[in-house]
Structures are given as C-alpha cells and as structure tokens.
Ligand binder design. Sequence first.
Ligand SMILES: [Zn+2]
Length: 315
Amino acid sequence: MTLPELNQKFSTDEDCREILTRLRWPEGVECPRCKNRNVWWVDSRKQFTCSECRYQFSVTTGTIFNDSHLALPLWFMAVLLLCEAKKGMSASQLKRTIWGQHKGSYKTAWYLCHRIRAAMQEVDRPMLDGTVEMDETYVGGKHRGKEFQGRRDHKEVVIGIRQRGGDVRFFHAEDARKGTLAKYIQENISTDVDVIITDELPAYKSAVGDLKHETVNHNAKEYARYEDGACISTNTVESAFSLLKRGIIGSWHKISAKHLAAYLNEMEFRFNRRKRSDLFIDTLRHMITAPTLTFDKLTAKLPANEVSDEVAVPF
Ligand SMILES: [Zn+2]
C-alpha cells in the first residue's frame, strides 16, 4: 500500500468503514453484545441495530478506534505511516506529517501511535524451530534503586530470539540470568530445535539445558564459523537488534521503560511482516479485533517498585 493508493481507496469515512466491517466480521455483521447476526443498518445514524437486543453499534464500537474524534481516513494514514517506517516513527514526526508543524497536539499523536502500537502484536507466537539464534542487548539509561543492582549499567535488558530465515521475538526481560533465559527458551523455542546459537554468556549453558547448543566467542572477535557446512553465528538476531536500536536512537529518541515492551512488539510485528504485501491490511485487522486501550490505562501509574522514569538514549 502506497500513500497515493491509500488516498484513492480510503479517502472517505465510508470507504474506511467498509473495509473495517469486512475485517471485523468476515462471516457477516454480528451484534457485539448478543452475537446475533440479524442486524439492520440505520443510515441516518450510521449504525447497526440488533434485532434481538436492540443494541445500536458501529464497526468501531468496542475497538481501538472507539471514542476517537479523529476521522477514519486520518487513522488509516497514521497506520500506513507506522507500517512503512521500518525504524519506527516518533509521535512528533507523525504529528508534523499529518497535521503540520503548528497544528494538532503532541498528546493526540502520542496516544494515536500507542493505540496503533497496541494492535501491532502477535496474537499467537508459534514455537521457533530449526536453527535458532538468541542474544541479549541492553538499552536505555539510568535507574535508581537497589532493585536494579546487578544489571549491566542499570540498563534495560532486551532478549532477542530469531529462527534463522524466520521470525524474531523481542522481550523486555528482568535480567539476563539463567532462570530468565530458561523461561524464554521454554516459552518460545521448540524442543525439536536443531540448534540454539548464543554468545558465550555463561548463563546460557544451563538455561539451554539438554537442547543442542553452540556458542560464538564474541570476546575473541569470533562472529561466525562453519562446522559441517553450518554457519555458527548470531548475526541474524543481531541484525534485528540493530534495526531496533536505530529505531530507539533515530526515531523514538526517548522511550520509557514502562512502554518499552510495546515498542518491542511494534518492531517485532513489522519485522516479521517485512516481506508481506498485506502488512497494512493485516495491521488494520489486528486493530479492529484488538481490545480497546484507554488513555487512562495507557498512562496509569505504575506501582512504586516498578520502573517509571524515562530511558535516556543513546545507550
Ligand atoms: Zn444483540
């Protein structure tokens, strides 16, 4: 989907509602309350009415688009911008592109980005198989408090797992200790995996357990070696990390630890669909079927023992 195509296909509210209706209810419009399929369209209200419970609803009722004053063509434009920005797009950039330098509010743009981001999440994540590379990286700045002691430079830990030639997963982890690594391995890597390749961080050895494990010695400047024709390296998970870091440094500049997982999901979602031609429509499908994200929920205060300060970059 290109910008001219978007303008041609989805320039009116009606055009947008039509595709959202097809994506939300592929089997036919259904009452969100009682699931009845016998509904009628009231043109004057631009809403459906359920013949059973008389509930009046629109295609955006109960979705991320709900309670928004934004016109749907603007929503669609924002979705396309986020889909096409390989390194992500900041809320202030999105504001300038859509509303211009002096119009629109940063807060509106920020909330809009977060609602799109909330939908850019894998609903199911199949287990990774074949040759799987796993690595950890550290992002962000300083944190206060004793609970952060023992973590490298008090930075946030991001675990990356990638099936070679396949999908990547990113996680905002508590730490990179063996128990944490073992949990991510169990939850994401098939027990039939051919091999897990990591660097020489000692915690991996016990975290991997009985699965076949190879390591590359980055400290000795070894980045790839060949054994029986197989390439032992973590280069492909690192290339996904490098895109993530370019997003944090180049696009978002500053992201809070509280929202880091949401940015990781966005990056993972886009990365895993980078070769798909239906990225835009697939994102719309996720948006129209994802739970709502209210501003209060997004900005809810975290318990005192959780991180809430901004992560400063560069790291
Ligand atoms: Zn009903």
